[in-house]
Design a binder for this molecule. Structure first.
Ligand SMILES: [Zn+2]
Length: 378
């Protein structure tokens, strides 16, 4: 009888645990990034070597710089560990790897630059809670969002730049709904987290948001999450789906809750369709949360010309930081400006129910964020 040999395929974790120097350098960077709750690691070839930077609370910090002699070998090792093809170096590559024992997944992209391939790893913390009550959104924002999601049909849009926490808000909203009696489908580019009770579809070259949406509409959906409205075709299909009895939840790139409507009009969506179907329009941002151990009371003179500040509770960032934080910051809080159905009725005079400035002022007066954040929304 022939012998059967079972080949042991190394897991991602086993590969990472090797003692080789470049492996441990990468492992240490990953550990440090994970410890700091970083969102990304950037591995970048430079004129004289290579730098590793980590994005924490929205800002990049240099973690390590290596000499030119290490550049190529380290990049090759990161590619190997990230399951990217080492043979390919002249075109972009993507991969995803999960590290279950770290409670972490990584989305990796390598792209050729002038001095070699730049690799960016997005860290996806698998312990992230998709629950509206743990998102740190204000209670009344959560209430209004939930009311909007009880609509049988309509469009809910949350706008904001990349990394403003829109997806976490939307998926937390979906999770708050009764999933057993509803057919909930999402179109995502790419899928980052897996959700029970939601049929998730990934956008690919051969499957655009519009293609996916047309297919979903033939599968008797109740609620559809469209990762992003980027073009007229998708926007038009979203509003037509809403008009025919579906609830559509999506994101869009716009600077404010009122600009969402402008942007939809510019894309070519019929004004009447927007007015009769848009049920909630919001703009979200993430604002740095002050470390409660080292934040300090600002100079009274800096606050005196602004009577809205509560002089006894406002705080400002201690850039030196302490053992409880990174540079005086411990994570970020979402703030949201929005128009509900009621405000949207008055199309000629759109006024958000809550502005980003008011939201920031509330949080600054609770000492949660730097009072200077409010001034950014003057
Ligand atoms: Zn601190």
């Amino acid at each position: 009888m022939g012998q059967i040999t079972i080949e042991h395929r190394q897991t991602n974790e086993e590969k990472l645990s090797a003692i080789a120097p470049y492996t441990s350098l990468f492992r240490d960077a990953l550990k440090e990034a994970h410890r700091l709750l970083a969102s990304d690691i950037h591995i970048e070839p430079t004129t004289d070597g290579l730098q590793i930077r980590i994005r924490v609370n929205g800002d990049l910090y240099t973690y390590k710089e290596l000499g030119v002699e290490h550049r190529q070998s380290f990049i090759q090792e990161v590619k190997r560990l990230s399951n990217l093809s080492i043979a390919i170096s002249t075109r972009p590559q993507d991969s995803r790897l999960s590290l279950p024992s770290w409670n972490l997944a990584l989305r990796v992209n390598s792209t050729p630059t002038l001095y070699g391939e730049k690799i960016v790893l997005r860290l996806l913390d698998m312990t992230t809670d998709f629950d509206l009550s743990t998102t740190s959104l204000s209670d009344d924002v959560i209430t209004d969002l939930k009311i909007a999601a009880t609509e049988k049909n309509g469009v809910i849009i949350i706008s904001g730049p990349t990394g403003s926490g829109k997806s976490r808000t939307l998926f937390s909203l979906l999770n708050s709904l009764e999933k057993k009696t509803k057919n909930i489908v999402s179109l995502e580019d790419p899928i980052e987290y897996i959700f029970k009770g939601i049929s998730q579809i990934e956008i690919k070259k051969s499957l655009s948001f519009a293609d996916g949406l047309r297919a979903i509409l033939r599968q008797d959906p109740d609620i559809i999450l469209v990762g992003e409205i980027r073009d007229f075709e998708t926007a038009d299909l979203c509003f037509k789906a809403a008009a025919t009895g579906h609830l559509v939840i999506s994101t869009l790139h716009a600077n404010s809750s009122t600009k969402v409507i402008e942007r939809l009009k510019n894309m070519g969506v019929d004004e009447y369709m927007i007015q009769s179907n848009l049920k909630f329009s919001a703009a979200q941002r993430l604002v740095k949360k002050l470390c409660s151990y080292c934040a300090f009371v600002p100079n009274k003179e800096d606050l005196s010309n602004n009577p809205a500040f509560n002089l006894s509770s406002v705080r400002t960032q201690n850039h030196q930081g302490c053992s409880h934080c990174t540079n005086g910051i411990t994570g970020r809080l979402p703030v949201m400006e929005y128009l509900t159905k009621n405000e949207l009725k008055d199309a000629q005079n759109l006024k958000p129910k809550r502005s980003l400035r008011q939201e920031c002022l509330n949080k600054a007066n609770q000492g949660l964020i730097d009072y200077k954040e409010v001034l950014a929304y003057a």
